[in-house]
Design a protein around this ligand. Structure first.
Ligand code: PLP
Length: 415
């Protein structure tokens, strides 16, 4: 058995991990110059936001696209447009970003978490069904890490129960099922342009839908309830200013032009990793649903910790010592455990609103979503990006093979 680099053995990889390359260049500069030359950066007066939206509509195949200030703002706008209000329940995934649920809570609704599939880490029709009640107004499916949820049965389930379906695609630019973009299966989809995502405009969000009324309401919801479609000034509900600027839209246009190259590279790297991990005992690849096209914002390797007899942080440290990037600590803890405002029901000052409106008190505690809780403890997080090559993937596979075999051996020899 090869000695781990961590214990003084030879490293699998001695070359440094590739640095992140340049994301912005002359394409963005040209767009920004044009935006500035408009002599206005307001999204209604300039052309860049409109151009970004029509380019996105064409790219993803949705009828209407609305731009706003962030992915969180986009979810909030979508939630409002779906008619969610105080006391309603919204079913979503516990493995997600704060942005998925903040709009739900701001609207006075109760986030209800469905458990994830233990191989794709996405919620499923079956797990959502268990959480549906008379109060359920909407489902927010999070397509985690650029890996699609099994969306078709979820669409059927929501239709059957007359529940609105929002797709959170912040981590899933260009992710597809049967050649169709995720974000276009449900009633409304959202994307993020924050600096960490596949595409960056610094900050930004997009709402995509085929439903005109939903689009019109979402627009009110992200722009102070000012009606930009008709010019009317009947402020009929409270809505924040979640507007985008022409500068962000200009960068977004240039970034969208680079999408294809970015996602096809990430797709290839992820697929290569999946192929190479197959057959290594004690580890499982990130599973993609049949017909799915994953664009891997990152990649999760599931570890069978009992079988390997090691914890994920140690496994991660061993891989790092072999010269591999990544972490045995998943950056996402299930939000029902991680967020004290959920655990203690203290979203707002001196009040337990909106949780006081719940039909029955939900206990955001350990055991609520056991798969998600285990996944968070049992994965090695591989940070993929488009500047990696097959070499990094092959080194990762080799190192996983070595480290897994070492711990299997240790376990068998009873150490
Ligand atoms: C990033 C992210 C968001 C929020 O996007 P912001 O632009 O940062 O507000 C929402 N949902 C998921 C799943 C995300 O990863």
């Amino acid at each position: 058995m090869a000695t781990l680099a961590m214990n003084g053995g030879r490293k699998v990889r001695t070359k440094p991990w590739p640095a992140v390359g340049r994301r912005f260049g002359k394409e963005e500069l040209k767009q920004l110059k044009e935006a500035l030359e408009q002599n206005t950066l307001f999204y209604i007066y300039g052309k860049k936001t409109e151009q970004l939206c029509s380019k996105m509509a064409k790219t993803c195949g949705a009828k209407h696209v609305l731009a706003c200030s962030s992915g969180s703002a986009a979810v909030h706008g979508a939630v409002k447009a779906c008619g969610v209000g105080p006391g309603d329940e919204v079913v979503t995934s516990p493995l997600t970003d704060a942005g998925t649920i903040l709009g739900v809570v701001y609207e006075g609704a109760i986030p209800v978490f469905a458990d994830v599939d233990p191989t794709s880490y996405n919620i499923t029709a079956a797990s959502i069904k268990e959480r549906i009640s008379k109060r359920t107004k909407a489902v927010i499916v999070v397509h985690l890490a650029g890996v699609p949820a099994d969306i078709k049965p979820i669409v059927r389930l929501c239709k059957r129960h007359r529940i609105k379906l929002i797709e959170d695609c912040a981590q899933s630019w260009g992710t597809m099922v049967d050649d169709r973009w995720v974000g276009t299966f449900g009633d409304v989809g959202i994307f993020s342009l924050n600096d960490y995502k596949h595409l960056s405009a610094g900050e930004g969000g997009l709402i995509v839908t085929d439903d005109y009324d939903l689009y019109a309401t979402a627009w009110l919801a992200i722009d102070k309830c000012y009606d930009r479609l008709t010019g009317a000034r009947n402020v009929s509900f409270v809505a924040p200013n979640y507007r985008i600027t022409e500068l962000q839209s200009a960068v977004g246009i240039a970034q969208l032009g680079k999408l294809k190259r970015i996602i096809s590279r990430r797709h290839r790297l992820g697929e290569r990793l999946t192929k190479g991990l197959k057959g290594i005992r004690g580890v499982s690849p990130h599973k993609v649903v049949k017909g799915g096209y994953a664009t891997y914002w990152y990649y999760l390797i599931r570890l069978d910790l009992d079988f390997l007899g090691v914890d994920a942080p140690t496994f991660g440290k061993a891989l790092n010592a072999e010269g591999i990037a990544g972490s045995g600590r998943f950056y996402m803890r299930p939000v029902h455990l991680a967020y004290s405002y959920l655990r203690q029901k203290t979203a707002f000052h001196h009040s337990h609103y909106p949780f006081t409106l719940a039909r029955k008190s939900i206990k955001y505690e350990k055991g609520y979503c056991p798969n998600a809780e285990r996944v968070a403890e049992e994965v090695y997080y591989v940070p993929l990006n488009e500047w990696l090559s097959s070499r990094e993937i092959d080194d990762t596979i080799m190192a996983v093979k070595k480290v897994a075999s070492y711990y299997r051996g240790q376990k068998q020899s009873g150490r």
